[in-house]
Structures are given as C-alpha cells and as structure tokens.
Design a protein around this ligand. Structure first.
Ligand code: PAF
Length: 159
C-alpha cells in the first residue's frame, strides 16, 4: 500500500491509472476505520483494478460547537487496517493541503436538506459535497463507495 499526502501526487497517480486503462474504486472516509468501511473496500476491490481510500477529517462539515477537535483519530491503526483490507492507495492529506488558507469556493446542497440531520446541522452537507467534489477531481474514480448507515448523506451524494 502506498500512502499519499500531497494533492499533486494523488493527481499524478490518478492520471497514470486512467491512461493505463485501469479502473479505480474510491472509498472516502474520515478514518477511525470499522467493519463498515472495510466492507466497502471489499466491494471496491471486487469491481475495480485499484482501490483508493481517503482518510480526512473534513473541518468544513463540522458546525460550531461540533466535535471536529475531539473526533476520534487513530492513524496507525487505520493504516494497518487499510493495508490488511487491500487498499492500494491511502490518501491522507492534511487540512492545509486540502484547503487554501481562505476557503473561497463551497458547493451548496439545495435538495433533501430540509429534514433530519440537515435541519440540526446547517451547512453540514455543503461541507460533505465540497470535499467530495475536490476528491473526485483529484482521484477521478470510476466508482465511489458510501455506507448506507448515514442514509441522508447517501441519498444526497447519490443524487
Ligand atoms: O461519511 C463520511 O465519513 C464523510 O462524510 C465523508 C463522505 C468521508 C466526507 O468527508
């Protein structure tokens, strides 16, 4: 398993995969991996030549007073689990790498946010789709894999 932390390198790897006609399955996560994530890796491995997993705790999807700082993190354990599951590329950028000093562009979700989590966490799904859009541009996956436990997120990202 290769670990990439720099966007430019991720992009370079993705271009090479694309040029060589290899399919890429992408599993975006915020780390602290569990069986659910690993089952997504399993599904991605079955349908693609390569599997890329991202681990990035995305500050943009946490509101004020939410648990960004205390969100559980265990990089060493995550690396071990990802490698054992057969991830080819683990993309682990830090916040400065993912976002410019001043966030100047943000996507906005306009449907399906008027219920459930969307009401209690204003802006949360805007942060989710913004980071996913950045990942999709960098990684250019053929397929992306999301857990269905977070049903509202699933409905929004698959729309
Ligand atoms: O479901 C998550 O862990 C996150 O919302 C995601 C999709 C990785 C985006 O940060």
């Amino acid at each position: 398993m290769e670990i990439i932390t720099v966007k430019e390198e991720m992009c370079k790897w993705a271009k090479q995969a694309q040029e060589s006609g290899k399919s890429v399955g992408f599993v975006p996560t915020m780390g602290f991996l569990h069986q659910g994530h690993l089952s997504l890796v399993h599904a991605a491995k079955q349908a693609n030549d390569h599997v890329v997993m991202s681990i990035f705790v995305n500050p943009l999807q946490f509101g004020r007073g939410e648990d960004y700082i205390t969100y559980p993190r265990d990089e060493q354990r995550d690396k071990k689990l990802a490698e054992e599951a057969g991830v080819d590329i683990l993309f682990m950028p830090n916040v400065d790498e993912m976002y410019q000093k001043k966030q100047s562009i943000k996507l906005m979700v306009t449907e399906k946010v008027d219920k459930l989590c969307g009401i209690k966490r204003p802006g949360h799904f805007d942060g989710v789709v913004t980071v996913l859009s950045k990942f999709f541009h960098l990684i250019m996956p053929n397929r992306a894999y999301f857990g269905i436990k977070d049903a509202q997120q699933y409905a929004i990202v698959s729309a």
